[in-house]
Design a protein around this ligand. Structure first.
Ligand SMILES: *[C@@H]1O[C@H](CO)[C@@H](O)[C@H](O)[C@H]1NC(C)=O
Ligand SMILES: *[C@@H]1O[C@H](CO)[C@@H](O)[C@H](O)[C@H]1NC(C)=O
Ligand SMILES: [Zn+2]
Length: 500
């Protein structure tokens, strides 16, 4: 996942300042047919679990740029998981397929075909990690002070490994799933997902698969961002921003600088870019899911902020202005625009024929690519500026997060058993994840890793000294171990009235 959205989560946490506990939805389950397997791991299992993660970190599965990745490492990773999780690979009701050469798709056949399958999603590639600034080499997987260091320990080999690890441990205990599920591990998420996730999605669509929900990355249990806050909260991204990359181009007759025309290609383009920067895109404050996020957190703010947050009908504009004043929270309430490239000129005394700029829009879920393109043209309002669309991705509409939303409620239920102090709120992912390639398979996409994350953790993702505590990793395995069993329970989550 991109650093940018990680930062957003941080600021969102900062802004929201707190947490509320509103248990609802799933609670006591009906008795299950198979006895529940307790999430207890032996010392030997716990030891092997962390050693296995270290081994995965040591394989430098780097995505450098689209189409350029360390394919030796990606192939090695495939062999590694085969050796690390032998039971997963030899179990009769699990099918393993390699897709797009290096991505992995596991189909775990449940015993009850009437239950709609779901998917656990992650990626095995990482961004590059120059050694400078690291306390230990980024691909060493060294353990230090209870932490395993290395690129991918948070983004997102921890998930890829924890999913397979939890399944391995369940299988060793003779677990037989009732509900089918897929495990999908993409190999090029950091550079678009077109060779991995997109191909897996196409394959499943061709097979006519429909999923109850997907769990992917982009959300954490946010902890310790504000000193006055004691309770952490789980920020589950139910939506994801889209993107639009636009080339703006101005063509003029080239000429000598000694007798210049009134306007040059550079001047016209600069003015256009400046107009775009000064115009802000409309605010989407008040749209879902952010409205619900604020509502659910309101009571946990300390005085007097709690009064303000509980009375958005009155203080909405105040809260909105406060969110808009910080770049990261601003990104949660509107489409953002950034000029990322500007190119013109070849010689000191030549007026160039062509000037070009690239503008990157991150589109709020309440808008579409088309709307934003129209807005941009209206803001520039100059026919001499040509618009060329480089590539686009529409935002992902909010997935359901009500009492009937199976995936969301299973996350809530599993959280409650492992982290009773943590409440759950819906959020927006401002980066992009592989899950966007799966929109045809389900309307329930939840981006969340069951990890406590503190401010320094966010800075390490795509940065230096990325690390995960051994204990936190074990808890992540436990979460998935429990989640898979919860998904097998007899009853769908039902609405529990009056629990709020
Ligand atoms: C690619 O990965 C292999 C190990 O699989 C490693 O030996 C090699 O140094 C890596 N190459 C680059 C350019 O990182
Ligand atoms: C979803 O399905 C439509 C119609 O079959 C197809 O055109 C589109 O490319 C699919 N989208 C994705 C993200 O797979
Ligand atoms: Zn990621």
């Amino acid at each position: 996942m991109a650093l940018r959205y990680v930062c957003v989560l941080v600021l969102a946490a900062v802004l929201l300042l707190g947490v509320v506990s509103t248990p609802k939805g799933l609670k006591d389950k009906e008795p299950q047919r198979a006895p529940r397997i307790p999430p207890h791991f032996s010392q030997e299992e716990s030891f092997r679990m962390k050693e296995t993660l270290k081994g995965a970190i040591q394989i430098p599965t780097v995505s450098f740029s689209p189409g350029e990745s360390n394919v030796t490492a990606l192939a090695e990773f495939g062999e590694y998981i085969y050796k690390a999780f032998p039971t997963v690979f030899k179990t009769g009701f699990i099918q393993h397929e390699v897709v797009g050469e290096y991505s992995h798709l596991f189909t775990v056949q449940g015993s009850d075909p009437s239950l709609q399958p779901y998917m656990l999603l992650s990626h095995i590639d990482v961004v590059p990690a120059p050694e400078q600034g690291w306390e230990v080499p980024p691909f060493s997987g060294l353990e230090h002070d209870g932490f395993i260091y290395g690129r991918g320990t948070l983004d997102n080999k921890n998930s890829a490994m924890a999913i397979l690890q939890a399944l391995e441990l369940l299988l060793i205990r003779n677990y037989i799933p009732r509900r089918s599920f897929y495990i999908s591990l993409g190999h090029d998420e950091e550079v678009s997902g077109t060779n991995g996730a997109q191909k897996i999605s196409a394959l499943l669509q061709a097979r006519g698969v429909q999923l109850a929900f997907i769990v992917d990355e982009c959300g954490f249990i946010l902890d310790g961002f504000i000193p006055s806050i004691t309770k952490p909260f789980a920020f589950v991204s139910v939506s994801e921003k889209g993107s639009l990359n636009l080339i703006l181009q101005v063509n003029m007759t080239p000429g000598h600088s000694s007798a210049p025309p009134k306007e040059t290609s550079i001047g016209i383009l600069a003015a256009a870019v400046s107009r775009l920067e000064r115009a802000t895109m409309p605010s989407m404050f008040g749209s879902e899911p952010l409205r619900m996020t604020l509502q659910q957190l309101a009571n946990e703010f300390s005085f007097p902020t709690n009064i303000i947050m509980n009375n958005l009908w009155l203080f909405g504009p105040l809260v909105r202005r406060s969110m808009e004043s910080e770049p990261i929270t601003n990104a949660l309430v509107r489409t953002t625009m950034a000029v990322t490239m500007f190119q013109a000129g070849i010689k000191v005394n030549v007026i160039p024929a062509v000037a070009q700029a690239v503008v990157n829009f991150r589109i709020h879920p309440a808008q579409t690519v088309r709307e934003v393109l129209e807005l941009a043209k209206n803001i520039v309002a100059d026919d001499r500026v040509q618009f060329h669309v480089l590539n686009t991705f529409d935002p992902m509409p909010p997935s359901p997060y009500d009492d009937q939303a199976l995936g969301y409620q299973l996350i809530r239920q599993t959280l409650q058993s492992l982290f009773p102090e943590v409440s759950i709120v819906p959020g927006i992912c401002i980066g992009q994840t592989d899950s966007r390639h799966y929109s045809n398979l389900t309307s329930g996409i939840y981006r969340f890793n069951p990890l406590y994350a503190q401010p320094q953790d966010f800075r390490s993702i795509h940065g230096i000294n990325e690390k995960i505590s051994v204990k936190v990793y074990r808890t992540q395995v436990k979460f998935i171990f429990e989640f898979i069993q919860n998904a097998d329970a007899d009853q769908r989550p039902v609405s529990h009235l009056h629990e709020l």
